[in-house]
Design a protein around this ligand. Structure first.
Ligand SMILES: *Cc1c(COP(=O)(O)O)cnc(C)c1O
Length: 428
């Protein structure tokens, strides 16, 4: 079904003034074809487009909406904070409360600084790691996304150990050369790299559960291997938990897996839907930031009172409702339904889930890295996506994204979703 008449008209107008009609590329639906719909309202697990169509939403604004859309405690916190002023540019009490909460929930974080996006968090953490170690090289993994700063928009070369090359026009090759891209879950490639270049490497950054190429899980022991090998070579281990932080557990993947990174990046859930990011970790490293140390980092709107009031309200509500246990129950409910449907249809597509994050890869190959994920049948995914959307269920418009369940999804929503997904798979 094409998007409705009002969405179509808005998209035409938008394209006159906004490149591609969107402010972030994945919203343009290029991976699934067709035009995007425009949203008028979102509440609970539902969104309504400008043409009045209602959808059960499993995108959740790409992760932040863990309580569902427009939860009352968050909206009230925004109202009461805004009444006192929307930005001060001088310290406010919410910053102290947020920092205290983060340090309490994520024990590896001894000190933390607030920023306004996940991109800023990773960019700043890398500068800090470079300033602290006085080394320049950076290691990342193929398929991990860490925002759009220059050092991180780098793709793997053809071999596992080639230096990176720019993944975007406008990134100077000289920057990209300082980033090495390794395959995820490959201990041999990791060891070979560290033997050769560990001594010149400032930081290794990783999504501990990569969630921007679908959802990929580390093999047992892989994250511990990262911890050990970085410690051995004096390399800063950065966990990018922008997606997983406060989504899977109070302490993120590092709590679940029992690994202590040196620095952690946060975003998404932490802002309750407003623009918030954070990076933090070992106090001896964090104290290299200005004004104490030589690494410059700043932000006009960093620690914004309205944004932090929203984020704090979301975290407190999650705690009050025992959110992570409830989300695990909902996730399991979805998993049972999906596995049942796949079995009954004789399909061997690969399903991955942790808590409220999930991905169904349209491939029979086990997915341990980006290369495996790329074996997915994208045409089949596209048909599945559009069938679901036409019937009122909105999954992310790309095979290479993770789905999110919120506290606002009910058993009835899950049952309805399962019926529609089953019909979509039958129609492939
Ligand atoms: C979304 C995301 C980012 C970037 O965050 P923005 O707020 O979009 O800049 C960085 N890292 C990970 C793991 C993400 O999922």
């Amino acid at each position: 079904m094409p998007s409705g008449p009002i969405s179509t008209k808005l998209f035409e107008l938008a394209k006159n003034h906004i490149p591609g009609g969107v402010n972030s590329p994945v919203r343009a639906f290029r991976n699934v074809g067709g035009d995007p719909f425009f949203v008028r309202r979102a509440k609970g697990c539902r969104i309504w487009d400008v043409d009045g169509r209602e959808m059960i939403d499993f995108v959740g604004t790409w992760g932040p909406a863990i309580l569902g859309h427009a939860p009352v405690p968050v909206i009230e916190a925004i109202h009461s904070a805004a009444k006192e002023g929307v930005s001060f540019g001088i310290p406010n009490p919410y910053e102290v409360e947020m920092a205290r909460t983060i340090c309490e929930w994520v024990p590896s974080i001894e000190k933390v600084r607030m920023v306004s996006s996940g991109t800023e968090a990773t960019m700043s953490a890398i500068r800090l790691a470079r300033g602290f170690t006085r080394r320049h090289r950076l290691v990342k993994f193929d398929g991990c996304y860490h925002g759009h700063s220059d050092s991180l928009l780098v793709a793997a070369g053809s071999g596992a150990l080639t230096h990176g090359h720019p993944d975007s026009a406008g990134v100077p090759p000289a920057f990209a050369e300082l980033t090495t891209v390794l395959p995820f879950n490959d201990e041999a490639a990791l060891e070979e790299f560290f033997d050769r270049q560990g001594h010149e490497t400032a930081a290794l950054i990783v999504e501990p559960y990569p969630a921007n190429a679908g959802l990929i899980l580390p093999k047992p022991g892989f994250l511990q291997k990262l911890r050990d090998i970085t410690a051995k070579h004096g390399v800063i281990l950065i966990f990018d938990e922008v997606m997983t932080g406060f989504r899977l557990a109070k302490g993120g993947v590092q709590e679940i897996e029992g690994i202590k990174p040196d620095l952690t990046c946060l975003g998404k859930v932490i802002g309750g839907g407003l623009p918030v990011g954070a990076f933090g970790g070992r106090a001896d490293i964090m104290d290299h930031l200005a004004p104490l140390g030589p690494v410059y980092q700043a932000g006009t709107l960093s620690g914004n009172p309205v944004a932090l009031a929203a984020g704090l309200a979301q975290l407190r509500e999650l705690e009050r409702q025992n959110g992570y246990a409830a989300l695990e129950d909902l996730g399991r409910m979805m998993e049972d339904a999906v596995l049942g449907i796949l079995r009954s249809k004789g399909l061997n597509y690969r399903w991955y889930r942790r808590g409220s994050m999930f991905c169904l890869f349209f491939t029979e190959k086990e997915v341990g890295n980006l290369q495996d994920a790329k074996t997915s049948d994208l045409a089949a995914f596209r048909r599945f996506f559009h069938h679901c959307l036409d019937n009122g269920v909105y999954f992310a418009p790309s095979q290479f994204e993770t789905g999110f369940i919120s506290m606002a999804h009910t058993e009835a929503d899950m049952t309805r979703t399962a019926e529609i997904a089953a019909a979509a798979l039958a129609a492939l």
